[in-house]
Design a protein around this ligand. Sequence first.
Ligand SMILES: *Cc1c(COP(=O)(O)O)cnc(C)c1O
Length: 360
Amino acid sequence: MRINVARSSMPPFEEYCAEIRGLWDSRWLTNNGEKALALEAALKAYLQTPNVVLFSNGHLALEAAIRAMGLSGEVVTTPYTFASTTHALVRCGVTPVFADIRPDTYTIDPTEIEKKITERTTAIVPVHVYGSFCDVEAIAAIARKYHLKVLYDAAHAFGSTLNGQSAAAFGDAAMFSFHATKVFHTVEGGAVACKSDELAEALRLERNYGITGPETTVSVGGNAKMNEFQAAMGLCNLRHLDEEMAKRRCVVAVYRKRLAGAPGLTLCPENPCDNSAYFPVLFNGLSVTRDEAYARLAAQDIYARKYFYPITSAFECYAGRFNPDDTPVAKSVSEKILTLPLYADLSEGDANRICDIILA
Ligand SMILES: *Cc1c(COP(=O)(O)O)cnc(C)c1O
């Protein structure tokens, strides 16, 4: 059977049916319905944050946050991320300035951030890569020193904690993705968590055309609302999140046991507080290169992913605009990284088989 890098978790079918049953009576399918309000409340509690604004997907949540926070000019960010982070900035008329990443956690390097700050810099947009946290203290110190805003792309970090705090605790705002392939999902979906009530209100305006009342529209907002069927999926999946992450941890334990210390392979530092969202393996190229491993797995119908390759500054659509060589660590990591299949019901046998192929 084909093994993909991710497989969406599903709640029991009957549980989802029960969750959506009431929608046939209420006919309230979107616009702050009962399910969306319940999910916002549940996520505020889970993330320990005063405000959660739900969106139809993570990318539009990120664009809404960029606009609601008034980011402009230049923003220091990482090219070692999914297309969404860089595209959101560019689509909102902001210039991304790329800082290099740390070689151990693949998150943005605070000392590199500082080198990229100019008079035009308004914010830092870091990414908690693979669910492990950025150097949040150092980033907060830089932001204070230069009076910059911080917007975290926490798309990977739902369920991870740092000293007992969720990703919502850091920066002026944090964006989460609830895409079907993420640890917690609402099919498509996303959210922004923030401490400021004012920012939360601005995010709601971005989400629903800037409409504040039947006859008042105060800003040029878009439409990025989460609907009730998505929110119902979120309510169900949230109930099963802990068992989901526990099962993922078992797969990760197999990978670590088999691959740690293998010549030519580097694993991320072990962290019991991360959400086991991804399992990246860095191929140092001593025995077998990343591309060979990818091909050997694919030959067995196992699809790992070169995530993140290429770095966003090397995308065709940005040709001539950015120089991938400005961030040599990010470029080098992207050429050697492979994320292995990881999902709750990946069997121990399959995890071992994947290790056998990599170690062969
Ligand atoms: C998934 C993801 C996004 C975008 O989220 P969507 O919900 O798919 O729109 C943004 N950034 C990163 C790092 C992601 O992995």
